[in-house]
Write a protein that binds this ligand. Structure first.
Ligand code: ADP
Ligand code: MG
Length: 238
């Protein structure tokens, strides 16, 4: 059973085709890593699955739990159980960490969600979610907010640039918790060691999925091709 299925998605922005007939599936409860160099369409895909404004596909279908969701807005998709860790929780400035971690129908306690991302609850629950937190702390709190929700599908898009803020161990711990809570995860990452903690992996190139299989296989293909330019070749090891 697929929790998420995208079929032949085409999406253009500013006169450029960014997703070029992309097809992709994630099974219920599966951690699925998405590998791809910069500019291949990873974040565009993440925003489209979440239903962010301006990311409606020109053609193609997105279904969640077997139902088409193309026309659902972001909050409707959130209600169905799709959740995304944003790079910055700044839009919620003015909230305490405790309030931020109990927004919506949360399942995991804020204390335990914070511990899972390596933060001591007594030091953070009473802090404001604002610029007084470091970039790394905000990123961890973002992840904690996804953990607190235990969504049916969690979208984790690592930043394209800048210093990676969570250790491999932290991410693997978070993935294990999401998996044991029954969440499926779309994990966008550059790091092989993290991709290898996934159940399945896909490589995106030129706005299409060019390879799907076990993480170690896909990571090896990704590295060997270096993906400097897309040869359009499709390998599928499912
Ligand atoms: P990735 O996350 O894989 O690095 P993105 O999905 O952010 O890639 O972007 C894919 C390509 O689409 C990039 O070349 C980017 O510049 C371009 N792009 C993304 N959004 C827009 C937009 N709104 N207008 C024009 N080009 C865009
Ligand atoms: Mg990106």
């Amino acid at each position: 059973m697929n929790i998420l299925e995208l079929r032949e998605i085409v999406y253009s922005a500013a006169g450029r085709e960014i997703l070029a007939g992309l097809s992709f599936r994630i099974k219920v409860g599966e951690v699925h890593a998405l590998l791809g160099t910069n500019g291949t369409g990873k974040s565009t895909l993440a925003h489209m699955i979440m239903g962010c404004q301006g990311y409606h596909p020109a053609t193609g279908e997105i279904s969640f739990n077997g139902f088409p969701i193309n026309d659902l807005k972001i909050h409707e998709r959130a209600r169905l159980g799709i959740s995304m860790a944003w790079q910055e929780p700044a839009r919620f400035e003015g909230l305490l960490v405790r309030d931020y971690l109990t927004l919506g129908k949360t399942i995991e306690k804020p204390e335990s969600a914070l511990r899972l991302v390596g933060m001591e609850p007594s030091r953070y629950l009473g802090r404001m979610v604002d610029r007084s937190l470091s970039g790394g702390e905000r990123k961890r709190i973002e992840l904690a907010s996804v953990l607190a929700l235990q969504p049916k599908l969690a979208i984790l898009d690592e930043p394209d640039s800048g210093i990676d803020m969570l250790s491999t161990d932290d991410i693997i711990r978070v993935l294990d918790r999401l998996r044991s809570g029954g969440s499926a995860v779309l994990l966008i990452t550059h790091r092989d060691e993290i991709a290898e903690a996934a159940d399945q992996a896909s490589q995106i190139c030129g706005g299409r999925i060019v390879c799907t299989g076990k993480p170690a296989q896909v990571a090896a293909v990704f590295k060997s091709r270096k993906c400097i330019s897309c040869d359009g070749e499709v390998c599928n090891n499912e």
